[in-house]
Design a protein around this ligand. Structure first.
Ligand SMILES: C[S@@+](CC[C@H](N)C(=O)[O-])C[C@H]1O[C@@H](n2cnc3c(N)ncnc32)[C@H](O)[C@@H]1O
Length: 291
C-alpha cells in the first residue's frame, strides 16, 4: 500500500459519479458526493459526464481504457451492498466500513441515519477523505474515523480504542479491499471481525476469483483490469476460489449466507433498465454471519 491516498478509491468515486449522472430512471444509485472525491483527470471526466449530449462519452472513454468489466462491476457491487446495508442496518447497533475509501454511505443511505458508523481506512486515504467531507460540510456526528493499516495494525485494538461497543450486533462492510491485501492481513482482519461482530453480526465483503491471479480461470476482462491496478501501484494480491468460500469462512468462524458475482448482481438491474452493460464474473460480493 502506498503512503498516499488510494488511486483505486478515487476511481471508484469516479465510477459512482458517472452512475449518479445518469437519468434517475436508469441509474442503480445516486451518490451526490462522489465527484468531490475525484481530482485531476478523474475530476475532468466526472465533470464531462454531466455535460448535455456529450456526457455519456465520458464513461465510454473510461471503459475504452479500463475495458468493459470494471465500471459495471463497480456500480453493481455498490448497489448490491447499499441494499444489504439498508436492509441490515435496522437490525444492528453499529456499522463498521473497512477500507472505506470514498464510500459515502454514512451520509447518503437513509437507513444509516442515526446509526453509529466507524470508518476504517489506511491513514493516507482517510486523511484525504476527511478533508473532502469537511469541505462539503457533511456532518460527521455519527461517524468515527479510525486509521488502520491492515498489514501492520490490529483492527480489533484500534476499533476498541476508538469506542466500538463490544457484544453489540455489528454490520461490517469490506468492499473492494481484500484483493489488495496479503493472506495474513485478511486472516487477521477476519479474526478481529469475528471477535467484534457480536450476536447477529454480519460481514459483507468482496473478493476476486483466485483464478484470475494465477491464470487458472480465464476472464476476458481480466488482462486490462489487472494491468491497470498494477499501473496504479495497487496490484491484486489476494483472491478466493468461489467454490471454497464457504469452507474458507467456516475455518475462520463464519457461516456463508450468500455469494454472488457482480455479473449475477448486474442481471437484476441492467437489462430491466434498458442497459447493455454486464458486471463481471470475476468479482464477488459475499455475506457471512459469525458461527
Ligand atoms: C478500491 S478502494 C475501495 C474503497 C471503497 N471501499 C470503495 O469500495 O469505494 C481500496 C481501499 O482499500 C484501502 N486499503 C488498501 N490496503 C489497505 C491497508 N493495508 N490498510 C488499510 N486500508 C487499505 C485503501 O485505502 C482504499 O480505501
Amino acid at each position: 500500500m502506498r503512503q498516499e491516498p488510494s488511486y483505486t478509491a478515487a476511481t471508484m468515486a469516479l465510477q459512482r459519479a458517472f452512475e449518479s449522472d445518469r437519468p434517475s430512471g436508469s441509474r442503480l444509485f445516486c451518490d451526490p458526493y462522489a465527484e468531490a472525491f475525484t481530482s485531476g483527470p478523474l475530476r475532468f471526466l466526472a465533470r464531462a459526464s454531466r455535460l448535455p449530449l456529450v456526457g455519456p462519452l465520458a464513461p465510454r472513454l473510461f471503459d475504452l481504457i479500463g475495458g468493459p468489466g470494471p465500471r459495471p462491476s463497480a456500480v453493481a457491487r455498490t448497489r448490491l451492498i447499499d441494499d444489504i446495508a439498508s436492509e441490515g442496518a435496522p437490525t444492528v447497533s453499529q456499522v463498521v466500513i473497512l477500507g472505506a475509501g470514498f464510500d459515502t454511505r454514512a451520509h447518503r443511505l437513509p437507513a444509516l441515519a442515526g446509526v453509529p458508523v466507524f470508518e476504517v481506512d489506511h491513514p493516507a486515504t482517510q486523511a484525504a477523505k476527511r478533508s473532502v467531507v469537511e469541505s462539503l460540510g457533511l456532518s460527521s456526528a455519527m461517524v468515527t474515523y479510525v486509521a488502520v493499516d491492515f498489514e501492520r495494525q490490529s483492527l480489533e485494538q484500534q476499533l476498541r480504542a476508538a469506542g466500538l461497543r463490544t457484544g453489540m450486533s455489528t454490520l461490517f462492510i469490506w468492499e473492494g479491499v481484500t484483493n489488495y491485501l496479503s493472506d495474513s492481513a485478511v486472516d487477521e482482519t477476519l479474526l478481529s471481525i469475528g471477535r467484534l461482530a457480536g450476536p447477529g453480526g454480519v460481514l459483507v465483503f468482496t473478493y476476486v476469483d483466485a483464478g484470475v491471479l494465477d491464470g487458472s480461470v480465464s476472464f476476458s476482462e481480466a488482462r486490462r483490469w489487472l494491468a491497470n491496478v498494477r499501473r496504479a501501484g495497487e496490484p491484486w494480491t489476494f483472491g478466493l476460489v468461489p467454490s471454497n468460500v464457504g469452507g474458507f469462512l467456516g475455518d475462520r468462524g463464519f457461516v456463508l449466507v450468500s455469494d454472488v458475482s457482480t455479473k449475477q448482481a448486474g442481471e437484476r438491474w441492467f437489462a430491466a433498465m434498458g442497459r447493455r452493460e454486464h458486471g463481471s464474473a470475476l468479482y464477488h460480493v459475499a455475506v457471512a454471519r459469525t458461527a
